[in-house]
Design a protein around this ligand. Structure first.
Ligand SMILES: Nc1ncnc2c1ncn2[C@@H]1O[C@H](COP(=O)(O)OP(=O)(O)OP(=O)(O)O)[C@@H](O)[C@H]1O
Length: 277
């Protein structure tokens, strides 16, 4: 591949990509390729550069250095706005601007028109059906007539994902979708995202999380970031090791895999074991 072209099977093709602000490198240089049917998780401590990397994949910002293709278009050579409608993203600033009195169905259906808090008369029956189907796929169809402000945090997260899916994006980026959820809400969301990951018609997925417990079953690849650099990336099982997590989080981490899920904790020092009575 030349600097001007990318493999058509790659939805994200980053080569030596960095994002620099005020002289500080927030992330990079990163080489990263995401294929059509891949489901990626990006994991790393606070400030590692996860959101910075995702904002370039979302075509929200241009890289400061390197060559970046998103959905076959080279960032810097294409109007970012042309790409943003093809990439769904949740967890960005837009979420804070959702009016409390917005009806859930309207919120989801209006995604196709990239508007917030504005109900248009000309949404067709097909749009409404698609919105209800999308809500249903996330187990949220019963919330369709509720106002957004009355929803629990877990319900809001599912509605936000439904809104992001409404435009049939080719790539869906989820920035900490389980943040702020209680145990039940987290497990419900992990289950829904696992089903999305298993759906062959679903877009390619990239999910940011701080916690291995939040990686849904069916995710295929992972990238571990620390201090703006890549600690490891590749197949999920190869990347999710105690040694890699220990390096990324700069403390001794022990890791268990139970029912295809990862559970991490700080490793006990020898002799430090106390049994619960
Ligand atoms: N516009 C900016 N100017 C300067 N520094 C920035 C800017 N945006 C982010 N940073 C810094 O860049 C680093 C990476 O931020 P980023 O939000 O990408 O990390 P993150 O891994 O998503 O963190 P978190 O897990 O806490 O959300 C942080 O140290 C942050 O303070």
């Amino acid at each position: 591949m030349t600097l001007e072209t990318t493999d058509p099977d790659l939805l994200i093709d980053f080569r030596g990509v960095s994002l620099v602000r005020d002289g500080n490198t927030l992330v990079g240089p990163v080489d990263w390729q995401v294929e059509l049917d891949e489901r990626w998780v990006i994991l790393g401590p606070n400030g590692a550069g996860k959101t910075s990397l995702l904002s370039m994949a979302a075509a929200r910002v241009h890289p400061s250095a390197g060559v970046a293709f998103v959905l076959g278009e080279r960032l810097g050579r294409v109007e970012l706005r042309e790409l943003t409608t093809r990439v769904g993203m949740t967890g960005g600033r837009e979420v804070e601007r959702i009016p409390a009195d917005e009806v859930v169905e309207d919120l989801v259906v209006s995604a196709g028109y990239a508007v917030l808090g504005r109900w248009r008369e000309d949404y067709g029956a097909m749009d409404r059906d698609q919105a209800l189907n999308t809500l249903e796929s996330l187990g949220a169809e019963h919330l369709a007539r509720r106002t957004y402000g009355t929803l629990s945090e877990g319900e809001r997260k599912r509605v936000q994902i439904a809104r992001a899916l409404m435009t049939d994006p080719e790539l869906l980026l989820l920035d900490e979708p389980a943040a702020g959820l209680d145990l039940g809400g987290r497990e419900e969301l992990v289950d829904r995202l696992g089903r999305l990951a298993a759906d062959p018609d679903a877009p390619a997925l990239v999910l940011i999380t701080h916690h291995p417990e939040e990686i849904p079953p069916g995710f295929s690849h992972a990238m571990l970031l620390s201090h703006g650099g890549v600690v490891a990336q590749g197949l999920l099982d190869d990347v999710m090791t105690a040694a890699n997590l220990t390096e990324a989080f700069q403390q001794q981490i022990a890791l268990d895999v139970i029912d295809g899920r990862y559970f991490a904790r700080r490793a006990r020092r020898a002799g430090g074991h106390r049994r619960a009575e």
